[in-house]
Design a protein. Structure first.
Length: 331
């Protein structure tokens, strides 16, 4: 039976509709044609922009970070305000970086070792620490697109970082709700979610610092959240915590691979703002109290269609409780 569920974190409704599973769909994974020369593979470093950061072992890089060749925003741009009739616009200032996650062209989190995933997360942490030094950058959008259906344009494993001098309306409302919850309840909403989901049937695994669960109002089929118990951002996690995080990430992808096979997905890093501005000054100094970091994995099995675009909501044909049950058996 279908249900309309409220997503507390995102403040929107999701339709959980198992009947939609019977709708004919093309389940095949959209794949890339292999490039003749991949710019992200070892030996082709001259095909990328100048390296910003890397982790090397015995002279060979494990991860690399470079400016996006096709950047959406740029550090050298201004952030000047202008008016065009009824419309407002700003200069395209910001940072747009590519994290090349591994030298291995066809790797995924289920095929990488835990140590390789650790170096990936360590790289993300170091880029957050470095980018926040530029006080003009207010918010970091960190995400990975895997496969054509998830919006990727390059098959080699990579993650994007887009740092902007503003927060989107969604992000402003997102953190304002977190702040309001904190003021009304004296604790973070995410602490409450951790405690509640830890004893619920949607729980997949609790590793100590992280809770892995299928969200109550999952927007995507087989959507998974890895929620931190104590930290608002990866930048505060020491190597032991990152090691625990990397093991969780590998285990989740191992389980998803067993259930779904090869699948397209988005990986979304939910972080607080990195610098204060007029948009977040009300709660910025309290951000570590009101927020907890989480990573969202959204498999892109079904296509987004008209309802999703018009309502900014979703129809999910797979019950989250069933997802948790299936994956618990595989971790």
């Amino acid at each position: 039976m279908s249900e309309i569920r409220y997503d507390l974190i995102h403040n929107e409704y999701v339709l959980i509709s198992p009947e939609r599973l019977h709708k004919p769909i093309e389940f095949a994974v959209a794949k890339f044609e292999e490039p003749s020369k991949c710019p992200f593979c070892p030996g082709n470093e001259d095909l990328t922009t100048k390296e910003i950061f890397s982790i090397k072992i015995n002279g060979k890089w494990i991860t690399r970070v470079v400016p996006n060749l096709y950047k959406a925003v740029a550090i050298e741009n201004s952030f000047d305000f202008d008016i065009d009739g009824m419309n407002e616009k700003f200069g395209g200032f910001g940072a747009h970086e590519i994290v090349i996650e591994t030298p291995k062209h066809n790797a995924n989190f289920d095929t990488l070792s835990q140590k390789e995933i650790f170096y990936y997360l360590k790289t993300i942490k170091e880029r957050i620490i470095d980018l926040k030094k530029d006080k003009r950058i207010v918010f970091l959008n960190i995400f990975k697109n895997k496969g054509v259906k998830a919006g990727a344009s390059q098959p080699h494993p990579h993650t994007q970082i887009i740092g902007l001098p503003v927060m989107t309306n969604f992000q402003k409302e997102f953190f304002k709700r977190s702040f309001e919850f904190f003021k009304n309840h004296g604790k973070s909403m995410y602490e409450e979610i951790f405690l509640f989901e830890n004893k619920n049937e949607r729980k997949i695994y609790n590793s100590g610092e992280f809770l892995i669960y299928a969200p109550f109002a999952s927007k995507f089929a087989f959507e998974i959240i890895i929620l931190s118990k104590n930290f608002s951002s990866i930048e505060y996690m020491n190597d032991n915590i990152l090691d625990e995080f990397s093991l969780n990430l590998k285990n989740v992808f191992n389980a998803l691979k067993k259930e779904l096979g090869d699948f397209n997905y988005n990986l979304l890093f939910y972080l607080p703002p990195v610098n204060k501005n007029f948009e977040n000054e009300e709660y910025f100094d309290e951000k570590d109290k009101i927020f907890r970091f989480f990573l969202k994995i959204t498999p892109r099995i079904y296509n987004i269609a008209g309802f999703e675009l018009m309502s900014n909501s979703a129809i999910n044909p797979v019950i989250p409780e069933e997802v948790a049950k299936l994956l618990r058996d595989k971790i």
